[in-house]
Design a protein around this ligand. Structure first.
Ligand code: PRT
Ligand code: ZN
Length: 285
């Protein structure tokens, strides 16, 4: 059977999250320190370990079928690959920054200026959209030092905490795009490989849902069961079991991470006690 060839970053900021996602999805393989390719032992796939910037080209050349890359790289390379899923890790933004001392009043600042970046295509499009004519100076690394050494007036680079900008005397003035790790695929893969990809996606979704939800157990007076059920309806409806103490029930459900604290306050106000919250490993809706 044709194996789905999954390209991930060999080392760098995407590596840990990519490996964790595939392993939590049940794929068993060795982390090949030196090797470029490894077979998954219990799933019809093989893993290719590559530089992240090369992954779009490998997919375009049909050497890899799917890959995990930053949205920033996907947009910059503009290769023929489909965005399949946002993966919720390696979040960052691509921003334009200028020397701290500059007075910045708006995007017209960049008219006639020079911007150093490793993302010339994204920057070109950003400038066009904003009707700015500026020079783009492409450099592949250490972009942040460009203004300090007189190479450019501004930079456009990835920002996460902002500390790199700060330590280079720069300030972030425009966000060009928000990025995170994404799963991309060759639009021309075979039907057989599509089936394998769907199976992988099903597993990734189970892992992601589990991360976004918690299992919750609580005790409550019987007359609060209905109100509490409305707050934490769970996947279908909560499990309710009688406690040996008369007039009380134990209620089990699932609660979303995002509105968790808000809901806890509400549950307490309905008389819920002994609330236990437990992580979920996999969740199939
Ligand atoms: O060797 P290879 O080519 O595979 O790796 P790489 O060096 O090109 O990429 P890598 O591992 O640095 O980043 C891979 C992907 O991680 C990027 O394409 C982004 O999608 C994502 N990502 C998330 C980041 C960051 N956070 C990040 N902070 N990529 C780079 N940075 C750098 C940034 O370039 C800047 O130098 O970190 C610095 C800024 O960080 P703060 O926290 O100081 O703001
Ligand atoms: Zn790279």
């Amino acid at each position: 059977m044709d194996r789905l060839r999954i390209a991930i970053q060999k080392s760098g900021r995407l590596q840990e999250g990519s490996l964790a996602l595939l392993k939590e999805s049940g794929l068993v393989f060795s982390n090949g320190r030196e090797q470029l390719k490894t077979q998954v032992r219990n799933f019809p796939a093989e893993i290719l370990f590559l530089r992240d910037d090369d992954i779009p080209q490998y997919i375009e050349d049909h050497v890899a079928d799917v890959g995990i890359i930053g949205e920033n790289v996907r947009l910059e390379k503009g290769k023929n690959n489909d965005l399949i899923k946002r993966l919720d890790f390696a979040k960052c933004r691509l921003s334009v920054a200028v020397p701290k001392a500059e007075e910045y009043k708006g995007i017209n600042f960049f008219q006639g200026k020079n911007i150093a970046t490793s993302y010339p295509n994204i920057v070109r499009e950003f400038l066009e959209q904003n009707k700015i004519t500026a020079g783009i100076h492409e450099i592949s690394g250490s972009v942040e030092i460009a203004p300090g050494i007189g190479l450019a007036d501004a930079i456009c680079d990835i920002v996460s905490t902002g500390s790199t900008l700060l330590s280079n005397g720069l300030k972030e003035v425009e966000v060009v795009l928000q990025s995170e790790a994404v799963l991309v695929a060759d639009p021309e893969i075979s039907e057989a490989k599509k089936t394998v990809l769907e199976n992988l996606l099903f597993r990734i979704e189970a892992v992601q849902s589990a991360k976004n939800n918690k299992y919750i157990l609580l005790n409550c007076p019987n007359d609060s069961v209905e109100k509490i059920t409305n707050v934490i309806p769970g996947m279908k409806s909560p499990t309710v079991m009688p406690l040996s103490r008369k007039g009380w029930s134990s209620l089990h459900s699932v609660v979303n991470e995002n509105d968790f604290w808000e809901k806890i306050d509400l549950l307490k106000s309905f008389g819920a006690e002994g609330i236990l919250v437990i992580p979920i490993e996999k969740m199939i809706l």
